[in-house]
Design a protein. Structure first.
Length: 558
């Protein structure tokens, strides 16, 4: 990179707070027009890639960061440059230290959240005197408790920091998960379902908030796809674990499902305790008494922080131990531009939910024994991993969210039609298994949607609340899905599959509506923005009280 000089007064940070870097790596602010023939340097001076090169924008955000006491504000440096190789090396380090541990924690969540399906294959319902309606009630209670805890958990996380709250959550819920091995009746089953929902609620948006401190908006979807790939890997691992643990039926007089809850709860407890030491609060806070050298050099810290802020300056408008005020909470609730995403959260996962939740019960109905049943859940999970990653990669390559995410419901549509109208369902055991396996191999769009909500939130406070509201929407959809397959309708579930078919078609139309809505909203904003003078735009950037998605200088991703 070519090095240029300019008076130090144009810098966004004081010299005493600047990160020390070698002079050959620093390009100092200069008028963009002076760089017209600079070749590879030109991209650095593109204001769309480094908004801080606009003096008005720079002055505005500098004041915002100071007012918010943003923990990384002293590292901000709009003149900092770095090579592509440096950035790739840092992203690899982030993937190893941040994304990998997020996946480990999600593995622990899914172990306790998903092992009920394996437990029911070992006659848990009969042992506790339950029927399939009771199983549905347990799932509903879990989902309702989960969604009720989402927003409070996010508010607690924002106040004390996700690096503290997430490990606390995990340790407490693992104790409840272990206690399931002592269940003896319906009351105990429903009580543990409720407690697990209350304690696990908010975990996912908490993790997304933490990841957003380290990754740009373009990088986050694919990292979240790895995150949800962990869900599929967990299903494979726990299916193999269940195959072994359920064979312990009779040991010390215990049913196999009791051993399952005990062992897998202990796994979660160990991950929760380790998480107290594996989650730094931010890129500038990785040094501590048990990690004296930290994760990054001073230069790497500066690159991590500046690349994230250049992608989204709003990520510094709150510090990471700052609570969301009731006023800001109300403002986010009124952000009508995010409502289509909440609606998608409710609807788009309902069609796949009942066939997945009932997979082990369906396989038992088809005549497979408990051990074969758990092994037969693995193929769809393996395929699901590949389709999830491919869908998220496709969204990244095309920089397109709406139509890409819609492919999930396009995939499931013919499968649900077959489940409803194919006369061989249940009668043809292997044909039914193949059909459900194809359906459950669908490309999962949740990673795209979560990153989409984060991108369109536009401020840290909005992102915190909006992520929780989106996840609440998903849980509402799961609650609705729990009433699709009812005891009177088994084993064919004709009424249930008719409802799933209608919801699947409605979801496809909702995706198309969302695309059109965001395109028209952006055109309206662009028209108003272009009608303003340069002075009016500068005044708007400096002093407008409008926040979040309604700002005229913010464009909604779609």
């Amino acid at each position: 990179m070519a090095t240029r000089s300019e008076p130090s007064s144009n810098k966004l940070v004081d010299d005493k707070h600047s990160t020390a870097v070698d002079t050959k790596d620093v390009a100092v602010l200069e008028s963009p027009s002076a760089n017209e023939d600079s070749g590879s340097d030109e991209e650095f001076y593109d204001v769309s890639k480094n908004p801080f090169l606009d003096p008005e924008v720079a002055a505005h955000w500098r004041q915002v960061y100071e007012d918010a006491k943003y923990e990384c504000r002293h590292v901000l440096d709009p003149t900092l440059t770095w090579t592509e190789e440096e950035e790739k090396r840092i992203v690899r380090k982030l993937d190893l230290r941040v994304c990998t541990w997020a996946c480990v924690m999600f593995f622990a969540l899914q172990v306790d959240r998903g092992n009920l399906a394996q437990a029911v294959s070992d006659n848990l319902l009969d042992d506790l005197g339950l029927n399939t309606n009771d199983y549905n009630y347990g799932n509903v209670i879990f989902r309702v408790a989960f969604l009720l805890a989402e927003l409070p958990s996010q508010l607690v996380s924002k106040k004390i920091g996700p690096d503290r709250w997430i490990p606390i959550q995990m340790v407490i819920w693992s104790v409840v998960a272990i206690s399931q091995c002592a269940m003896t009746n319906r009351s105990g089953f429903l009580a543990t379902r409720a407690l697990l929902g209350l304690l696990e609620g908010g975990f996912i948006p908490d993790i997304v908030l933490w990841l957003s401190y380290f990754y740009t908006s373009r990088e986050l979807p694919i990292r979240l796809s790895y995150f949800w790939t962990t869900l599929s890997l967990t299903t494979i691992i726990t299916s193999l674990l269940a195959f072994a643990l359920l064979h312990l039926r009779g040991v010390h007089g215990w049913a196999g499902w009791r051993w399952l809850f005990l062992v897998e709860g202990l796994i979660t407890l160990s991950v929760g305790l380790a998480s107290f030491f594996m989650m730094p609060a931010s890129a500038v806070q990785t040094k501590t008494w048990f990690r004296p050298k930290g994760w990054f050099t001073d230069r790497e810290v500066a690159i991590v922080v500046n690349r994230v802020l250049r992608d989204d300056p709003s990520k510094g408008d709150m510090h990471n131990r700052e609570a969301v005020t009731p006023r800001r909470l109300w403002q986010v609730l009124k952000e009508f531009d995010l409502w289509p995403l909440y609606a998608l959260g409710i609807l788009c996962f309902i069609p796949q939910n009942p066939p997945g939740a009932y997979l082990t019960l369906t396989l038992r109905t088809l005549g497979f024994d408990p051990f074969t049943t758990n092994l037969l859940t693995i193929p769809s999970t393996v395929i699901h991993i590949f389709t999830l990653i491919l869908l998220t990669r496709l969204s990244e390559w095309l920089n397109e969210r709406t139509l890409t995410a819609m492919l999930q419901n396009v995939w499931t549509l013919p499968c649900i039609i077959a489940l409803r109208f194919w006369p061989g369902v249940i009668h043809n055991a292997w044909g039914t298994y193949a059909l459900i396996t194809v359906l459950l191999s669908y490309p999962y769009c949740h990673a795209i949607n979560v990153a989409w909500v984060s991108k369109n939130s536009n401020t840290v406070g909005s992102r915190t609340v909006a992520s929780a509201l989106y996840n609440i929407s998903v849980q509402i959809g799961d609650v609705i899905a729990s009433f699709m397959y009812l005891d009177y309708d088994k084993p064919y579930y004709h009424d249930g599959n008719t409802k799933l078919l209608a919801i699947n078609i409605l979801t496809i139309f909702l995706f198309l509506f969302t695309k059109v809505y965001y395109v028209l909203r952006n055109r309206y904003k662009e028209k108003v923005w272009n009608s303003m003078t340069e002075a009016e735009r500068a005044e708007y950037i400096r002093n407008s009280p409008v926040r979040g998605t309604r700002r005229l200088d913010f464009r909604l991703a779609h």
